[in-house]
Design a protein around this ligand. Structure first.
Ligand SMILES: NC(=O)c1ccc[n+]([C@@H]2O[C@H](COP(=O)([O-])OP(=O)(O)OC[C@H]3O[C@@H](n4cnc5c(N)ncnc54)[C@H](OP(=O)(O)O)[C@@H]3O)[C@@H](O)[C@H]2O)c1
Length: 318
């Protein structure tokens, strides 16, 4: 099969499209013909060696949507021909930027009926991250106010919609060109993250009970200032640990909690994907795909996911 691999860590130029052996599904696993694979910032962290994959050479990619072509022993939930989507691959398991990938059944769910392969592949990792952060970790409740930094991001645009679906009041930040779309997706208040009076504007919108923060180094002091008493701050970015210490007195005064979430630790990814699928099929969650690349142009997608501004997701198709 054709697969993208890197044999050493480095820039996007280490990504090569190669012919490799098609994998076989082991017990409890699915062999999936990849129709679309999502691109995420974490793919570049692995490629650069900041996070270490299980071995080299390595196939990047966490997200997949495709068709089951074979199943391993003991698999009863899925059969050949089923359309599925899955995530949390590309870490200790080889990734999804290939013609075929092996997926443990617990990381897969049926493809939602209302979305394309590309939309589902774009939705998986960011949807699970938003769900783990807002629902499983922060226990966001309907009457609460949530602040979502960077609402136009992959995680951000899913988080805005999931929070809105719970009935919470949604305040988010984004560049002005994305404000109208984020309001259509369910945000009650959208603020330009670059405005000088961001803190006052957030306070005017209502003190948040839950904050989803993808840049804790930059925003933790502000989070502590604007947060309601007892607020839960969920951090998902690659922040430095020492960024948290100057904010300890403010956090103590309001009994704030800071949770660090990695979607790779989600105990049952398939169950979260099923719930996201229910939201998609009921029209409450619309994953946006900004651009699609052929497999052998993956280097451009890896560069764009870090360097370009866009609303939605980048996807590769083999
Ligand atoms: N912990 C986990 O499990 C997990 C899972 C997924 C992602 N992440 C991390 O979460 C972060 C976001 O991921 P993503 O996939 O959503 O990335 P993304 O699609 O690249 O989105 C990043 C967003 O940040 C916005 N942004 C840039 N500068 C900002 C600022 N100063 N203040 C507020 N927002 C700003 C961007 O808006 P503009 O385009 O307007 O600049 C963009 O909407 C990354 O660090 C990623 O590694 C962690």
């Amino acid at each position: 099969m054709r697969a993208v691999r890197y044999h050493e860590y480095g820039g996007s130029d280490v990504l090569q499209t190669e012919e490799v052996m098609r994998p076989e599904p082991d017990k409890g696993e699915l062999l999936v013909a990849v129709h679309a694979a999502g691109i995420n910032p974490v793919d570049t962290y692995f490629r650069e060696g900041a996070y270490k994959p299980a071995s080299l050479p390595w196939i990047p990619g966490s997200d997949v949507a495709g068709v089951v072509t074979a199943v391993g022993d003991g698999v009863t939930e899925f059969k050949a021909g089923d359309e599925i989507y899955a995530t949390a691959l590309g870490n200790w398991l080889q990734g999804t930027c290939a013609e075929y990938v092996v997926v443990p059944t617990e990381m897969a769910a049926p493809l939602p009926e209302s979305v394309s392969f590309a939309e589902a592949a774009g939705a998986a990792l960011v949807g699970v991250t938003a769900w783990q952060s807002l629902i499983a970790t922060a226990n966001l409740e309907p009457a609460e106010t949530v602040l979502i930094h960077g609402g136009s991001g992959g995680v951000g645009h899913m988080a805005v919609q999931i929070a809105s679906a719970t009935g919470a009041r949604v305040v988010t930040t984004a560049s002005p060109k994305y404000h109208d779309t984020l309001e259509e997706l369910g945000a009650d208040v959208v603020l330009n993250y670059a405005r000088d009076d961001l803190q006052e504007a957030i306070e005017d919108a209502g003190k948040p009970d839950v904050i989803l923060d993808h840049r804790l180094d930059e925003y933790l002091p502000l989070d502590c200032e604007v947060a309601a008493k007892g607020a839960r701050i969920v951090a998902i970015g690659n922040e430095e640990a020492q960024a948290t210490f100057p904010s300890v007195p403010a956090a103590r005064a309001k009994a704030l909690s800071v949770h660090h979430v990695s979607m790779f630790n989600t105990p049952d990814v398939g169950t979260v994907l099923k719930r996201l699928g229910t939201l998609m099929d009921s029209g409450k969650l619309t994953p946006l795909v900004y651009d699609t690349y052929p497999l052998d142009e993956i280097a451009a997608a890896h560069d764009a996911v870090l360097d370009e501004s866009f609303l939605g997701k980048l996807v590769v198709t083999p």
